[in-house]
Ligand binder design. Structure first.
Ligand SMILES: Nc1ncnc2c1ncn2[C@@H]1O[C@H](COP(=O)(O)OP(=O)(O)O)[C@@H](O)[C@H]1O
Ligand SMILES: [Mg+2]
Length: 287
């Protein structure tokens, strides 16, 4: 363990909350944050909102066709971090991102990069399902139209159908494709948003607490879907549910006050964490 972190966490056991509040400025992520041949690789990632720093010196690789969970207390920077991966932070005026963010070796933050195209390659699903105020069909067809992915209506119909089938929604909506997407149940809307994301053939899907507005049955359906999609896509999911992280992901990253404390195989993080802060979180002492 890095000496500075060690000194920051080796406080008197009766003052656990003190360690939870404090991580030394200079730190090293414990576990295995780096991989051979990653899909995405982040080096010295820092994010600021005006003067306030939200992400500190993150070094992390994200593997191909892998699900990685981002966990940690509210406000620790999970959303800020994943928004760096498709430049959603560009939409926040006061937000500044520094460091190296690469996908297949290409600099995601290169000013010459086409951001619209990047966001097709790195799709995003939000906490609250956000279908467009359009029909079910048009929600899924939207990206394909913008990016000119199909040549004619027959191909577009096929793409919409295939995307809805992959999200397990086709049978539920095939007779009402012209009805508004917003008329579906919460869980269906979230699957519609996932269908919309995969219709443009992304490589990576970012999910920011995709189930937190859903009931347990809709949540289980989305989790099954994540498992299926992980065969084709790299998925980064933010979750506040440790059970969900354990069910859907092979790797887990624990953030604390903007710092990436620990990254390891999910089973290891939950059964045998290396860092005291991770342990305090998973045993419910921080949160
Ligand atoms: N748009 C914003 N403007 C200013 N500060 C923000 C903004 N979004 C997030 N923050 C701050 O950045 C930190 C990390 O927030 P966030 O990434 O939303 O955490 P999490 O997703 O882990 O709850 C928090 O201190 C939060 O207040
Ligand atoms: Mg968040």
């Amino acid at each position: 363990m890095n000496k500075e972190i060690e000194s920051s966490v080796s406080v008197d056991k009766s003052e656990q909350s003190v360690s939870a509040e404090f991580v030394a400025d200079s730190y090293t992520t414990v576990g295995e944050p780096l991989l051979d041949d990653p899909k995405i690789s982040i080096r010295n990632g820092n994010v600021f909102y005006a003067e306030k720093q939200a992400i500190f010196d993150v070094n992390l690789d994200i593997g191909k066709q892998q699900v990685i969970s981002m966990i940690g207390p509210s406000g620790c920077g999970k959303s800020t971090f994943i928004r760096c991966l498709n430049r959603m932070n560009d939409t926040i005026d006061i937000c500044r991102v520094e460091g190296e963010f690469r996908m297949d070796g290409e600099d995601i933050h290169d000013s010459k990069l086409d951001v619209v195209e990047l966001r097709a390659r790195v799709g995003m699903v939000f906490q609250k399902p956000n279908p467009f105020p359009k029909s079910i069909y048009e929600n899924v067809a939207y990206g394909a139209r913008i990016h000119g992915l199909t040549d004619n209506r027959v191909q577009l119909d096929e793409l919409v159908e295939q995307s809805l089938i992959r999200c397990g929604l086709w049978n539920e909506v095939k007779d009402r494709l012209d009805e508004p997407g917003t008329g579906l149940s919460g869980g269906q809307q979230q699957r519609l948003c996932i269908a919309r994301a995969i219709a443009v053939d992304p490589q990576v899907i970012l999910m920011d607490e995709p189930c937190s507005a859903l009931d347990p049955i809709a949540t289980a359906t989305i989790e099954e879907l994540i498992n299926e999609l992980s065969e084709s896509f790299t998925i980064c999911i933010v979750t506040h549910s440790m059970q969900q992280a354990a069910r859907v992901s092979t790797r887990t990253a624990y953030f604390h006050l903007g710092k990436l404390i620990e990254v390891n195989d999910t089973a290891k993080v939950f059964t045998n964490p290396e860092h005291q802060l991770t342990e305090e979180y998973i045993t419910g002492r921080i949160g």
